[in-house]
Design a binder for this molecule. Structure first.
Ligand SMILES: Cc1cc2nc3c(=O)[nH]c(=O)nc-3n(C[C@H](O)[C@H](O)[C@H](O)COP(=O)(O)OP(=O)(O)OC[C@H]3O[C@@H](n4cnc5c(N)ncnc54)[C@H](O)[C@@H]3O)c2cc1C
Length: 477
């Protein structure tokens, strides 16, 4: 773990305590109390499982980290050579950062930028319509809200999974250039070169283009994520370049890191925020999808600067000056399933991350849900006494995750300022009041502590099924 004293201001994981109650009724200091990273180190009599993970994106790596932390033998099969993650940023709310902290993730190495506020303004006139000052997330939710370059987050996850950590000496094995062509529900992974490997549990984390969802759900229905009618130009610009130009300088306050949301008419929206310690600004310009071709691409569609500038012509001239500086310009076709999956597990197979719940970017929680999934799996497959318990343990994963990820899929389908549009669909997944505005969504998204929730669920399961004398992973008091 990095030296927290030298981390960017506000980036530290500060577990401040108070007698305050959270929106879920829990006492904040008790619910967010740090959980020792070695709590699930195997004890005598614990069964070590052989676990195969398909895909080494955010979800696969998070699961690898958490499952190794619980003592299992973990092998990951990744089809690419891992050259680099896509050139874009990702935000990690406190709900994901608390799990990263439990993973002994080195925050400092990954160079996050702490987020302080959300700014809504008119993309044509630059008039500010709303400025949402975020609560001090470290105080309110036990951890700061951090913005990352995806490559930085991904390489630090990879390092955490494959190198010994202060409290976990075991590491995961990642096989690169290992495309998986099929999986069997009884724990077989079929590789594209014809090899078959047998595992106690198969974690499918191969992203939005997965082929495994229909198998797990047990349907012939097409469960592919399909285009939603929106496409985004995404690009990065070094902050220094923007500060040098008098037309763009006034748009960037380097001391107050913000997510900026600038609609320009009904269906054009420029969104940006900083990453890599504030050195880079990450942009997405969302417009109607009129592109032909590239049916199988989602994130990395080639883009032309000339076409981009044409479509940006409705933006204020100062925002057009920002767009002129675009580097690493790509198109991102936004895809999703028509509805959330009814199940995430079957026999020895579990779906996580975008394979389980692809979502649009409006909540910025797709990667965070992938990290929560991995963390939950690590806890719920810990301290297992017999392989016969695997189906029951995977069922616990289903019970813990299905409403949370389904609600997030639905919430993510519209902007945080458009809650009324999805209220009826969201209702079935949410106990209690539905979020109505950005502030409500923050409470809903950031409050749950997935690791503590998983520990408590596992405790209840053990008390009901095994009896209190025979289990050994007890909740830290
Ligand atoms: C531009 C952009 C911005 C985003 N911003 C945010 C944000 O701010 N906050 C947030 O929380 N989320 C964000 N998201 C969503 C988030 O990035 C995804 O939810 C997350 O990356 C999903 O991770 P994953 O591991 O499930 O899938 P992926 O990242 O797609 O990883 C899947 C992995 O599986 C591998 N693979 C695929 N098929 C096979 C196969 N057959 N065999 C072996 N390996 C295979 C792939 O090579 C890949 O490495 C954003 C997404 C995009 C595109």
């Amino acid at each position: 773990m990095g030296d927290e004293a030298s981390m960017p201001r506000g980036a530290e994981g500060n577990e401040s305590c108070s007698a305050e109650r959270l929106s879920n009724g829990r006492l904040k200091d008790e619910y967010y109390k740090p959980i020792p990273p070695d709590i699930f180190a195997p004890k005598p009599g614990d069964q070590i499982l052989d676990i195969g993970i398909v895909g080494a994106g955010i979800a696969g790596l998070a699961a690898a980290i958490a499952l190794v932390q619980s003592g299992h033998n973990v092998e990951v099969y990744e089809r690419s050579r891992f050259a680099h993650e896509i050139g874009a940023a990702i935000n990690m709310g406190p709900n994901a950062c608390r799990a990263l902290k439990f993973f002994e993730f080195d925050f400092e190495r990954a160079r996050p930028t702490p987020l302080q506020h959300l700014r809504y303004f008119n993309g044509k006139s630059l008039e500010t319509s709303r400025n949402v000052i975020l609560p001090d997330c470290a105080k309110s939710y036990g951890h700061a809200f951090l913005l990352y370059h995806r490559a930085d987050l991904h390489s630090e996850l990879k390092r955490t999974a494959t190198q010994p950590r202060p409290h976990t000496s075991k590491v995961a094995k990642i096989n690169l250039l290992s495309e998986v062509s099929d999986i069997d529900l009884d724990g077989v992974i079929v590789l594209a070169d014809g090899r078959k490997v047998h595992k106690d549990v198969v974690v499918v984390a191969d992203g939005i283009r997965t082929r495994a969802a229909s198998k797990v759900v047990g349907t012939k229905e097409n469960l592919d994520a399909l285009p939603t009618g929106t496409i985004a130009y995404r690009f990065l610009v070094p902050t220094e370049k923007l500060l040098k130009d008098p037309r763009t300088r006034h748009l960037f306050d380097v001391d107050k890191h913000a997510i900026n949301i600038a609609p320009a008419g009904v269906d054009h929206r420029l969104v940006w925020y900083p990453c890599r310690g504030g050195d880079l600004q990450n942009f997405g310009y969302f417009i109607p999808d009129e592109l032909e071709g590239y049916e199988n691409e989602t994130w990395n569609i080639p883009a032309s600067q000339k076409e981009f500038m044409k479509s940006a012509s409705s933006l204020h001239p100062d925002l057009q000056a920002v767009c002129e500086k675009a580097e690493d310009l790509k198109l991102w076709r936004l895809c999703s399933r028509s509805k959330p999956l009814p199940t995430l597990v079957k026999e020895k197979v579990v779906l996580i991350g975008d394979a389980a719940h692809p979502m649009l970017p409006h909540q910025g929680q797709g990667g965070a849900m992938a990290i929560e999934d991995g963390a939950a799996l690590g806890v719920l497959l810990s301290s297992i006494k017999s392989k016969n318990e695997i189906p029951a343990r995977l069922q616990l994963f289903q019970d813990l995750r299905i409403d949370r990820v389904s609600a997030m899929v639905v919430f993510s389908s519209v902007g945080q300022d458009e809650a009324a549009r999805i209220a009826d669909v969201a209702r079935q997944y949410v106990k209690g009041p539905l979020p109505q505005c950005p502030e409500d969504y923050h409470v809903y998204n950031f409050t749950p502590n997935v690791i503590r929730d998983a520990i408590e669920l596992l405790e209840r399961y053990k008390a009901e099924n095994i009896g209190p004398a025979n289990h050994n992973a007890s909740l830290p008091s």
